[in-house]
Design a protein around this ligand. Structure first.
Ligand code: FAD
Length: 515
């Protein structure tokens, strides 16, 4: 097997004309011990699948794909590159649910993290040794849906979520991991106590706020630049059984945001989000089917009248002890809100179905062949002080006027004090900022119009002096990255030199290389 792999590799290298490129994947790859050599694939299918992502906008072919069976395989691979005079790039790939090639490695090696997956993700829930509360150790390759189901077996669940659960722990912790719970618990990165990380030097390091803290803070929100997360100890709460789920409609953006900001300032709700409803982004898109056909026709007439409708969405968790009081409690929490009279819609759902709400929409779209299509997404954090200008300039004057946007458009506020500035993630410099997600999709060859629209939106923000930060960022120049990280840029660079001095990891982010 080893000889076969070496042969394949050598023939691949011989095919390359450029000596520099050929040195990216050194013949030493074949000298790995039998265990890891067996785990590498060079065939077209493996290369093809690792050169695509959810966005379907970018493609970058790796030279090999590693399917590790243990963390040691990853350590060996990174060490091999680090010790080589011609290091090759390595990208950990969770589910490849990035949209702009962030998990790709042109001519390098992609590590398919999910091949580490064991059965039964959360085998143990325990009291956090460093403080109050409960936690669980989960693999960086785990999907959040598995973490949920595993922790529920013990009566617990993670505190902080993403809207969609078929993402990996390592992938979301490399960004931030945000959803309607972030206003209360912070993003997923602030709900981690400890991690095991393979650095760009091939060192296996356990880190936390107290031990190897520089690596801990670097990796969280670090866009895969400093190490490959192989284990995370995450915060859990007692899991509720069910949720009360309420959506309220507005036509006035000021009133909508004022109510959202009020709700994230009080105690009581477990989830606060919001979205736009316009002609093309129908009330029931893939995020969930919430409105009945009768509600939908009522909403359609509102859209005809006002153009854009804003939908505020809240959730209160409950269990056996609060089943008799939860309706009253929700009533009290939303008392005084100024939604359009008669446009309040309520649903009672199981906790799991609520958290896993995007999945049913995904399956429906998959059945129609509409899931595996281009996704030119744009996610922004917008400072509260400019959200009204953003609404006017982007929602009203670009998205609504152009009317080419199809897919969910999210807008909801978060509290900056729930983020930790020592972590790599970059957010606006204001106490409250909004997460705006333009989660648009297009037909196969039709995404350029949406990309142009994205450019127009960023151009508008730059011209109007709205200091947005991209979430799941994608920039092309060093200046843009410096601007993105702002005062954190220097430390980001220093950490890169400390933990991945040969610029091996996550080249698809295009921060330190143009790969
Ligand atoms: P990948 O795309 O595979 O990787 C992302 C980056 O992380 C790459 O640079 C990769 O090299 C690196 N990486 C991957 N694994 C590791 C690891 N173990 N250690 C270190 N680096 C690693 N995000 C939210 O915050 N909230 C949401 O509600 C949300 N909803 C989404 C819904 C859908 C349908 C989709 C497609 C995406 C959504 N996202 C959301 C974005 C998601 O967080 C990112 O795509 C993220 O990258 C996770 O995807 P992934 O696990 O497939 O990681």
């Amino acid at each position: 097997i080893v000889l076969f792999i070496i042969g394949r590799l050598m023939s691949f290298i011989r095919k390359l004309n450029c000596p520099w490129t050929s040195s990216l994947l050194p013949p030493e790859l074949g000298s790995l011990d039998v265990a890891i050599a067996k785990r590498a694939r060079f065939d077209g299918d493996a290369i093809e699948s690792a050169s695509r992502d959810f966005g379907k906008l970018f493609q970058a072919k790796p030279s090999a794909v590693l399917y590790p069976s243990s963390v040691n395989d990853i350590v060996s691979l990174v060490k091999l590159s680090y010790d080589s005079p011609f290091p090759f790039t390595i990208a950990a790939r969770g589910r490849g649910h990035s949209v702009r090639g962030q998990a790709m490695a042109q001519n390098g090696v992609v590590v398919e993290m999910t091949s580490l997956k064991k059965n039964g993700s959360v085998s143990r829930v325990f009291q956090n040794p460093n403080g109050l509360g409960f936690c669980a150790d989960v693999g960086g390759e785990e999907l959040w849906i598995d973490v949920l189901m595993g922790s529920l077996e013990h009566g617990f669940a993670p505190a902080s979520w993403t809207d969609y659960l078929y993402l990996t722990v390592g992938g979301t912790l490399s960004n931030a991991g945000i959803s309607g719970q972030s206003f209360l618990h912070g993003p997923q990165i602030t709900n981690v106590f400890e991690m095991d990380v393979v650095t760009g030097k091939g060192e296996f390091v356990t880190c936390s706020k107290h031990t190897n803290s520089n690596l801990f803070y670097a990796v969280l929100g670090g866009l895969g630049q400093f190490g490959i997360i192989t284990r995370a100890r995450i915060a859990l709460d007692k899991a509720p059984n069910r949720v009360k789920w309420v959506r309220m409609l507005y036509h006035d953006f000021l009133t909508f945001t004022r109510d959202q900001e009020h709700l994230i300032s009080i105690n009581g709700l477990d989830y606060v989000e919001g979205s736009l409803i316009m002609d093309k982004s129908t009330p029931n898109n893939w995020r969930s089917s919430f409105f009945s056909p009768c509600d939908q026709s009522k909403i359609a007439s509102l859209i005809t009248k006002h153009g854009i409708i804003y939908c505020l969405e809240v959730v209160k968790y409950y269990g056996d002890l609060t089943v008799n009081t939860v309706d009253e409690e929700v009533g009290r929490l939303i008392e005084g809100l100024s939604f359009l009279p008669g446009f309040i819609f309520k649903k009672d759902d199981s906790f799991v179905d609520f958290l896993n709400r995007v999945r049913s929409g995904e399956l429906k779209l998959q059945a129609k062949g509409l899931w595996d299509v281009p996704h030119p997404w744009l996610n922004l954090f917008v400072p509260k002080s400019r959200i009204m200008d953003f609404n006017e300039g982007v929602f009203v004057n670009i998205l609504h006027k152009q009317n080419i946007a199809s897919g969910p458009i999210l807008v909801y506020p978060m509290n900056r004090n729930k983020w930790d500035d020592r972590m790599s993630a970059a957010v606006p410099d204001e106490e409250i900022f909004y997460s705006v997600g333009l989660l648009l999709s297009s037909e196969e060859n039709d995404w350029k119009a949406l990309e142009n629209q994205n450019k127009e939106i960023l151009g508008f923000c730059a011209k109007a002096g709205i200091k947005v930060k991209q979430y799941l960022p994608h920039y092309r120049t060093k200046e843009d990255w410096m601007n993105h990280f702002g005062s954190k840029w220097e430390i980001f660079q220093e950490r890169k030199i400390q933990f991945d001095p040969k610029m091996i990891l996550s080249p698809g982010q295009r921060i330190f290389s143009s790969v």
